[in-house]
Design a binder for this molecule. Structure first.
Ligand code: CTP
Ligand code: MG
Length: 232
């Protein structure tokens, strides 16, 4: 069965600094949301796609409506309004997914040029029975723990991974985690961390350098250069 895919695109994009929601920012002539939806659809894993938007955004609503018009059975694409935090936006997306969906992928629209193969790797492992799956990459920099300006620890880099999206979950396990005590914890930054807090084992698959998150103006330049070079 195909996965339910929640694309969270309700953030304001403060660090990118364009003064409009990040998903609306143009990259090589198209919005970041259009790029993200193209990867989701091209992966072929998506059944119901729910795009979580800033409330009342006419431009992004039109992007989703356009994608819905072009979508081919069995893929449906709908939009819902997001919340004040990423976690609240994920919960809005979860509530809008058909209750019959067994596998849910949660993806950041800001990871706009994520290769379809990453969706396929994540969806395949969840479909094979894993409760939670995240795409990861090795960490290239040495990472320090710093407290009050002083380095207090250097974790073994071989044990560290940088985490990307889409993150894939058994739908019931994700719903339970989002309904549990940890759901309101502001220090929990992604759905996998919420699953860890619920005691669910989280497995990893190989991520991709192209699944980087467009966060800063530098990242937008990189995404445009990648698209111009035809690498993505
Ligand atoms: N997101 C969301 N709802 C929120 C906050 C974030 O749907 N209330 C989404 C963003 O749209 C983005 C993803 O979560 O696709 C990752 O968040 P981030 O990169 O932090 O995006 P923004 O919050 O928009 O950026 P910033 O933190 O710089 O304002
Ligand atoms: Mg943010």
């Amino acid at each position: 069965a195909r996965a339910g895919v929640i694309v969270v695109a309700a953030g304001s994009g403060q660090r990118l600094g364009h003064g409009i929601p990040k998903a609306r920012v143009l990259c090589a002539g198209r919005t970041l949301l259009e790029h993200a939806l193209e990867s989701v659809i091209a992966s072929g894993v998506a059944g119901a796609v729910v795009v979580v938007l800033p409330a009342g955004d006419p431009v992004l609503s039109a992007v989703v409506a356009e994608a819905a018009l072009r979508s081919v059975y069995p893929t449906s694409i709908t939009a819902v309004a997001g919340g004040a935090t990423r976690a609240a936006s994920v919960r809005a997306g979860l509530a809008a997914l058909p209750p019959t969906v067994g596998v849910v992928l949660v993806h950041d629209a800001a990871r706009a040029i994520t290769p379809p193969a990453v969706f396929q790797r994540v969806a395949a492992l969840v479909s094979a029975g894993a409760s939670a799956v995240i795409p990861v990459l090795p960490v290239v920099d040495t990472i320090k723990v710093v407290e009050d300006g002083i380095v207090t620890a250097t974790p073994d880099r071989a044990l560290l991974r940088a985490v990307q999206t889409p993150q894939g979950f058994d739908a019931d396990a994700l719903r339970a985690a989002h309904a549990g005590d940890a759901a309101g914890d502001a220090t929990i930054t992604d759905d996998a961390m919420l699953m860890e807090a619920s005691g669910v084992p989280v497995r990893v698959v190989e991520g991709d350098a192209l699944a980087f998150k467009v966060t800063t103006p530098f990242d937008l330049v990189v995404a445009e250069a990648v698209l111009a070079a035809g690498v993505a």
